[in-house]
Write a protein that binds this ligand. Structure first.
Ligand SMILES: *Cc1c(COP(=O)(O)O)cnc(C)c1O
Length: 405
C-alpha cells in the first residue's frame, strides 16, 4: 500500500531522506496505517445497545447510566462518578464545582485542548496559560511555583493576579496523550496558593501515577468518551470526585437541578442538561469491560514504536514518565530540535502513504480568541508544538506489523 518514493514538493534532499527513514520505520510497525485512534465496536456493545433500545429507557434515566458510573468508580478508585454528555461538559461542571465564578482567572496548560480554555470561558472566567515540562507533557509544577510567587499577591484570603487584579481561583492539569502529569507535585504548589486542582483526564482512562488512577488526585476530575478516546460512548464524559458534597452537587448541576418529587417539577438553581443518555451508557458499559484489553494492546504497540525508534538519529518515541503507567492513548514521536524543520515533510510523506500523523495542538494562547489572555512564558509548549508528531494508535495495530515487541 505504501510507496516511499512519492515525491514531496519543495522538500530538501536532507528532509526527504530523514522523512523516508522515519516512514520506513512506521510502515514496518503499522503497515495498514490509519487514523490516530479508531473505536472498536464488538458483539457485546450491540447486545447492550439493543437491550437498551428494547427497554425503551434510551434517554437520561436508566440502569446503564448507573452501571456505567459504578464501573467507573471501580476502575478509577474514585468514590463518585457522574456521567455527562461529553468531556467538555464535565470540565465545565468541574470548574463550577471548584467554585470558579465570573471575573476569575483559572490557570491551565498552554499545551492543551481548546475545550479546557472554552470551559473556563463558559464560567465567565479567563484562562491564564502556564507551561508544561517535556518529560510528562504536563504542568511544570516547579516553574509554576516560582511564577506564582512572582505574579500573585494575597488579598482577603484569595490570591490575586497582580497585573490583572483578578482572583486566581483554580488550576487545571491535563494528562496529555494518556501520560500522567506530576499532579502529586502540583497539589503541593496548589495548596500553597489555596487553589483547587481540576484534572482533565479525558485522555488518560486506565493511566496511573504511583498506582493511583489519574483524575482522582485533585478535587474533581473529568473524563471523555468521545469516539477518538480509549473507551467511547459515541459522545460522553464523566466527573470524578472523592467528595460526597461535590458529587451530590455534580449530579444536581448536570440534571437541571431538579428536586426530588413524585409529580412536581421544581428546580432550585440555574443548572444544565448535561446528563449522559442511557443509550450512550449502554455502549459505554460494553466498552469499559474491554478497557484492560485496549490498554494492553496500546502498550504493546507502544513497545513496538519505542523499539523501532531506539537509536534512530533525530527522533525519539515518547515513553511513559517514570513512576507512571500510561494507557498510551496516543503514541507520538518527538523530533530533536535540529530536526524540527523536517516536520512538515514528514507529515506530508506519511499522509501520502496512508499514515495519518498529526501535530500537537496549536498552543492555546496562539488562538485568536485567547491571544489576549494572561500567560507565563511557555517555551516548552512552543517547542513541543514544533517537534511532536502523533502516530496511529488504534488497539488493532498491536497485532500487525513486523517489528516485534
Ligand atoms: C477529548 C478531550 C476533551 C473533551 O472531550 P469531549 O468529550 O470531546 O468534549 C477535553 N480535554 C482533552 C485533553 C481531550 O483530549
Amino acid at each position: 500500500m505504501t510507496n516511499p518514493s512519492v515525491p514531496v514538493l519543495n522538500a530538501s534532499q536532507r528532509s526527504l531522506d530523514f522523512a523516508r527513514e522515519v516512514l520506513e520505520i512506521l510502515t514496518a510497525i503499522v503497515p495498514s496505517g490509519g487514523a490516530l485512534h479508531e473505536p472498536e465496536i464488538g458483539a457485546r456493545e450491540k447486545e447492550y445497545v439493543a437491550d437498551c433500545l428494547d427497554s425503551g429507557w434510551v434517554s437520561s434515566v436508566g440502569k446503564y447510566v448507573d452501571q456505567f458510573e459504578a464501573m467507573l468508580c471501580d476502575i478509577t478508585g474514585a468514590q463518585y462518578a457522574v456521567a455527562t454528555v461529553n468531556g467538555t461538559a464535565a470540565l465545565h461542571a468541574a470548574l463550577l464545582l471548584a467554585g470558579v465564578e465570573p471575573g476569575d482567572e483559572v490557570l491551565t496548560p498552554a499545551l492543551g485542548f481548546v475545550a479546557q480554555a472554552n470551559a473556563i470561558s463558559y464560567c465567565g472566567a479567563t484562562p491564564h496559560f502556564i507551561d508544561v515540562e517535556e518529560v510528562t507533557l504536563g504542568v511544570d509544577a516547579v516553574r509554576l511555583s516560582d511564577y506564582l510567587d512572582s505574579v500573585l499577591v494575597e488579598q482577603n484570603g484569595s490570591f490575586v493576579h497582580r497585573q490583572s487584579g483578578r482572583v486566581v481561583r483554580a488550576v487545571m492539569v491535563a494528562h496529555i496523550l494518556g501520560h500522567p502529569a506530576r499532579v502529586d507535585q502540583l497539589l503541593d504548589v496548589a495548596s500553597k496558593f489555596r487553589l483547587p486542582v481540576i484534572e482533565d483526564a479525558a485522555e488518560s482512562l486506565g493511566s496511573e501515577l504511583a498506582d493511583r488512577h489519574t483524575g482522582t488526585f485533585g478535587l474533581v476530575g473529568a473524563l471523555s468518551f468521545n469516539g477518538n478516546k480509549t473507551v467511547t460512548t459515541g459522545g460522553g464524559g464523566a466527573i470524578l470526585t472523592n467528595d460526597s458534597e461535590i458529587a451530590a452537587l455534580a449530579k444536581h448541576l448536570t440534571t437541571t437541578a431538579k428536586t426530588q418529587h413524585a409529580w412536581e417539577f421544581n428546580h432550585d438553581m440555574v443548572a444544565f442538561n448535561y446528563r449522559m443518555p442511557n443509550l450512550n451508557a449502554a455502549l459505554g458499559c460494553a466498552q469499559l469491560e474491554r478497557l484492560p484489553d485496549f490498554v494492553e494492546r496500546k502498550r504493546t504497540l507502544a513497545r513496538k514504536y519505542l523499539k523501532g525508534f531506539d537509536g534512530v538519529e533525530g527522533v525519539n518515541a515518547i515513553s511513559e514518565p517514570p513512576g507512571a503507567r500510561s494507557n498510551y492513548w496516543l503514541n507520538a514521536i518527538l523530533l530533536e530540535p535540529k530536526y524540527e524543520k523536517f516536520r512538515d515533510t514528514l507529515h506530508r510523506l506519511c499522509h501520502d502513504n496512508g499514515i495519518m500523523t498529526r501535530s500537537a495542538w496549536t498552543p492555546l494562547q496562539s488562538l485568536p480568541m485567547y491571544s489576549d489572555c494572561p500567560a507565563m512564558s511557555v517555551p516548552v509548549t512552543q517547542s513541543l508544538h514544533r517537534r511532536l508528531i502523533k502516530l496511529p494508535s488504534s488497539p488493532r495495530l498491536a497485532e500487525s506489523g513486523s517489528a516485534g515487541a
